[in-house]
Design a binder for this molecule. Structure first.
Ligand code: PLP
Length: 391
C-alpha cells in the first residue's frame, strides 16, 4: 500500500485498510470471530504480554475492526483511530481515558442531547466538573477556563441550529490553557472537515450517521495521535464497548461511497435551503452554505461544503411546524440523520423536548423550528413533499 499522505480522500475512502486473505477477495474480508487461536503455549504468552503482535480476542482487536480504524484514521489524517460500539461509547471512552475526579471540561452549549446527559449525569458523578460556552464565541471559552480545565469539547456545525465553531481559534485557547480539544465530527465527516489539521487533539465520531450513511448499524470512533489514543484503547479493551466486526464491515462498505454521498448531500441541502428561504411561510433558514448564515465565511473556510442538515422556522409556532411534519409522505419522520433517506424532526417536542421551555429558549430552539437531514432523493420530490405542509 502506498503512503496515505500521497492519496486523495476519494481513494482513501475506498482503498485505505483494504483487508484480503490468501484468497485475494476483492471486497474486504469479514472476521466474525470472538477469539483467535495460537500455535503454542509460548506464542500465547508472547501475544498476551505484547511481545509479539497478533489478535487474541475481539474485545481487544479484530482484523475487520482494524481495517475500519485504518480507513477512518487515513481520512481524518490521523495516526490512529479506535473504534467503538456507538458514538456515545466513543465519548464515554474519551472521558474515561483522559479525565479524572477534580478535572474540569468546557463544552459547547450546542451539543447532541445524549452528550450533555453523559457530561451532566455521569461524568459529574465521578467528580468531573462541566461548564458550557457558546460555540460561536472563542472568547467565552477562554473565560470558562479554570485551573483544572483538561478538556474542551465541541460539535460543529451544531445541531439543530447549524452554528459553526472556529476550530482553530478554540484549539488555540485550549492549548494556551493546557487543555485538549475534542471535536465531534459527525455532521461534516472528514470529507468536509478535518479538525485535527485545524489543531484539535481528538475527533469523535458517531459512525452510525454518515459513515454508514444507510441507517443500518451503530458504530463510533475516537481519532487522534498514537500517544493520546493508547489510553482510549486500553479503556475499551478493559470495559468492552468495542465495535462488532460485522458492523465494522458494514461501515467499510459505507465509507467507500462517503465522498460522493457527502457532495450529493451538500448539493441537495443547499438547493433545499435556497428554496426554503424563498417561501413566505418560512421565517428563517439555518444552513452554513447560505450567505445569510452568520458564520458563512468561517464555514466556507473551514468546511468543504455546508453539510446535509438544514433547519428552518415556520411562521405559526408548534401548530404550523407539526402541520409540516405531519404532511410529508416521502420524508421519514424520525430523529435519525445522515442517511440517504431524508428525515424530518421537530426539535422542540422531540430531541429537545425533555429540557425546560426556558432552557429551550436559551438554546434558541423555537416552537416553529424544523430540522431536515437532507438525503439523496431527487430535490424536486423533496421540495414537493415539504410544499404539502407549508401550503
Ligand atoms: C448520533 C450522534 C451521537 C451519538 O452517536 P450514537 O452512534 O447514536 O451513539 C453523537 N454526536 C452526534 C453529533 C450525533 O449526531
Amino acid at each position: 500500500m502506498q503512503d496515505f499522505d500521497e492519496l486523495h480522500p476519494d481513494t482513501l475512502a475506498i482503498r485505505a485498510g483494504t483487508l484480503r486473505t490468501e484468497f485475494g477477495e476483492h471486497s474486504d474480508a469479514m472476521y466474525l470471530t470472538s477469539s483467535f487461536c495460537v500455535g503454542s503455549a509460548e506464542e500465547a504468552s508472547l501475544k498476551f504480554t505484547n511481545q509479539i503482535p497478533g489478535h487474541i480476542y475481539s474485545r481487544f482487536t479484530n482484523p475487520t475492526v482494524e481495517a475500519f480504524e485504518t480507513r477512518l484514521a487515513a481520512l481524518e489524517g490521523a495516526e490512529r483511530a479506535v473504534a467503538t460500539a456507538s458514538g456515545m461509547s466513543a465519548i464515554l471512552a474519551l472521558g474515561m481515558a483522559h479525565l479524572k475526579a477534580g478535572d474540569h471540561v468546557v463544552a459547547s452549549n450546542g451539543l447532541f442531547g445524549a452528550t450533555i446527559q453523559m457530561f451532566n449525569t455521569y461524568f459529574t458523578r465521578f467528580g468531573v466538573e462541566v461548564s458550557y460556552a457558546a460555540p460561536t464565541d472563542p472568547a467565552a471559552w477562554a473565560t470558562a477556563v479554570r485551573p483544572n480545565t483538561k478538556l474542551f469539547f465541541l460539535e460543529t456545525p451544531s445541531n439543530p441550529l447549524t452554528e459553526v465553531a472556529d476550530i482553530a481559534a478554540i484549539a488555540e485557547v485550549a492549548h494556551a490553557n493546557g487543555a485538549l480539544l475534542a471535536v465531534d465530527n459527525c455532521f461534516c465527516t472528514p470529507i468536509l472537515q478535518q479538525p485535527l489539521k485545524l489543531g484539535a487533539d481528538f475527533v469523535v465520531h458517531s459512525a452510525t450517521k454518515y459513515l454508514d450513511g444507510q441507517g443500518r448499524v451503530l458504530g463510533g470512533a475516537v481519532v487522534g495521535s498514537k500517544a493520546l489514543l493508547e489510553p482510549v484503547y486500553l479503556f475499551l479493551r478493559t470495559a468492552g464497548p468495542s465495535l462488532s466486526p460485522f458492523n465494522a464491515w458494514v461501515l467499510l462498505k459505507g465509507m467507500e461511497t462517503l465522498p460522493i454521498r457527502m457532495r450529493a448531500h451538500c448539493d441537495n441541502a443547499l438547493k433545499l435551503a435556497q428554496w426554503l428561504q424563498e417561501q413566505g411561510q418560512v421565517e428563517r433558514v439555518f444552513y452554513p452554505g447560505l450567505s445569510s448564515h452568520p458564520q458563512h465565511a468561517l464555514a466556507a473556510r473551514q468546511q468543504k461544503g455546508g453539510g446535509g442538515i438544514v433547519s428552518f422556522e415556520v411562521k405559526g409556532g408548534r401548530e404550523a411546524a407539526w402541520r409540516v411534519v405531519d404532511a410529508v409522505q416521502l420524508i421519514s419522520r424520525t430523529a435519525n440523520l445522515g442517511d440517504v433517506r431524508s428525515t424530518i424532526t421537530h426539535p422542540a417536542s422531540t430531541t429537545h423536548g425533555r429540557i425546560t421551555p426556558e432552557a429551550r429558549a436559551a438554546a434558541g430552539i423555537r416552537e416553529g423550528l424544523i430540522r431536515i437531514s437532507v438525503g439523496l432523493e431527487d430535490i424536486d420530490d423533496l421540495i414537493a413533499d415539504l410544499q404539502r405542509g407549508l401550503n
